[in-house]
Design a protein around this ligand. Structure first.
Ligand SMILES: *[C@@H]1O[C@H](CO)[C@@H](O)[C@H](O)[C@H]1NC(C)=O
Ligand SMILES: *[C@@H]1O[C@H](CO)[C@@H](O)[C@H](O)[C@H]1NC(C)=O
Ligand SMILES: *[C@@H]1O[C@H](CO)[C@@H](O)[C@H](O)[C@H]1NC(C)=O
Ligand SMILES: *[C@@H]1O[C@H](CO)[C@@H](O)[C@H](O)[C@H]1NC(C)=O
Ligand SMILES: *[C@@H]1O[C@H](CO)[C@@H](O)[C@H](O)[C@H]1NC(C)=O
Length: 354
């Protein structure tokens, strides 16, 4: 298998290519405010008028591959979609407000190569803030979404695979669903996902292989649901030959409150989590159910719902799980028994394991 360890420094370099949003000489800009926007390419105006979405899309459509557009103006695209095609670099420096367009992203890039969004600040309630599929070499940098609904970033389920996706720091507040939901990625590198007060998961990764994630940090993700700060589902980490050799590496998970802390389900696995810091999750601090070859190497769980290994009949029994943790004011339970489960639990937790 292909293992890749691209140091975080490389990611930092990618996002530092332009030290701040709109710096240097963007090939196109969108400027103006409140009902008066101008899209400029070089020294020519390509759009001037009241429509923020048209100004942005005209700027994108007027540059070529490898060129950069900086949206300096803030405004609302309404229930519209900005489409980024091959090789273009999109910087959202102003605040882009979006409202719901059912089944669509406020910004979409599908079946493209080498698209970059080094900066983005989005508000509003889109269906998906960013929506992708069929991408190769997509790079997202500093993405901040202060939402009042919707999903932050979504890679589609029923669409073409993605290869080599990089994300820097993704901060999502107020999504009614997930902060970041991936499907169908081979080669995923994320610096951090920071989720606050989101309705479902912080990071939900599905049918994704060869992933390296620095930090997943959520406060109040998925309260009242079975969703989690970090959830692996739908054969996440299962390699093309059906094996679960470790290929999903997570450096750190921090979770406070919300539904679950860490949830692995539906034939996922091949994962190693270096350290965790979970407290007061409502449901299960950790639930590992029908997953294979998952290791949690260390960290703490304080209070909250029980740490549990489980299995449902519809899939193969849970197997090859190793958990080293300090667990306080909580309980650790294995029911039904899994296969080749290694527990190394310290702290005040009660243990009911096989
Ligand atoms: C986004 O939300 C954060 C946290 O609530 C806040 O600190 C920041 O000022 C907000 N930014 C914008 C542009 O709304
Ligand atoms: C788990 O992954 C390791 C590599 O990290 C591999 O050596 C081992 O064979 C895997 N075990 C199973 C049961 O897949
Ligand atoms: C038991 O599980 C560990 C991972 O926790 C794995 O590395 C090892 O290969 C497994 N042993 C067997 C006999 O499958
Ligand atoms: C899983 O394997 C264990 C150990 O062999 C066994 O006790 C348990 O009943 C099995 N559970 C399921 C759901 O097959
Ligand atoms: C169990 O965890 C402790 C840390 O709490 C660690 O020092 C020890 O090496 C672990 N034991 C095994 C067998 O992994």
């Amino acid at each position: 298998m292909v293992r890749f360890f691209i140091p975080t420094a490389v990611l930092a370099l990618v996002s530092l290519a332009h030290a701040e949003c709109g710096a240097g000489s963007p090939d196109a800009t969108v400027t103006g405010s409140d009902g008066s926007f101008t899209a400029t390419v070089g020294s020519s105006s390509v759009y001037s008028g009241s429509d923020y979405l048209t100004a942005i899309q005209t700027a994108i459509d007027s540059i070529s591959s490898d060129q950069r557009v900086a949206v300096i103006a803030s405004g609302s695209i309404g229930a519209g979609t900005i489409t980024i095609d091959n090789g273009k670099i999109f910087e959202g420096c102003g605040t882009i407000d979006a409202s719901l367009r059912s089944g669509h992203g406020a910004i979409e890039s599908t079946d493209t190569t080498d698209v970059q969004i080094p900066y983005l600040l989005m508000t509003g309630s889109p269906y998906f803030g960013l929506r992708f599929s069929g991408t190769t070499n997509l790079v997202l940098g500093e993405i901040t979404m202060n939402l009042s609904g919707g999903i932050g970033i979504r890679f589609d389920r029923d669409a073409a695979d993605n290869f080599n996706v990089k994300m820097g720091t993704i901060s999502v507040t107020g999504a009614s669903s997930h902060a970041v939901e991936t499907w169908n990625i081979d080669g995923l590198e994320i610096g951090s996902v920071i989720a606050r007060d989101v309705g479902e998961c912080g990071l939900l990764i599905q049918n994704t292989i060869n992933a390296q994630v620095g930090l997943v940090d959520a406060d109040n993700a998925g309260s009242g649901t079975g969703y989690a700060t970090l959830r692996f589902a739908n054969q996440n980490g299962r390699l093309s030959d059906g094996s679960y050799e470790t290929n999903i590496f997570i450096d750190k998970v921090v979770s406070r409150g919300g539904g679950r802390g860490i949830f692995c389900v539906s034939e996922s696995g091949g994962a190693q989590i270096t350290t965790i810091d979970l407290a007061n999750n409502e449901n299960n601090a950790i639930l590992i159910e029908n997953c294979y070859n998952v290791s949690i190497l260390g960290g703490t769980v304080s209070g909250g719902g029980e740490v549990r290994i489980s299995a449902r009949d519809e899939f193969e029994n849970t197997s090859d799980i190793s958990v080293t943790l300090q667990v306080d004011d909580n309980s650790v339970r294995e029911s039904p028994c899994g296969e080749n489960i290694t527990w190394n639990i310290s702290g005040s937790a009660t243990l009911d394991v096989c």
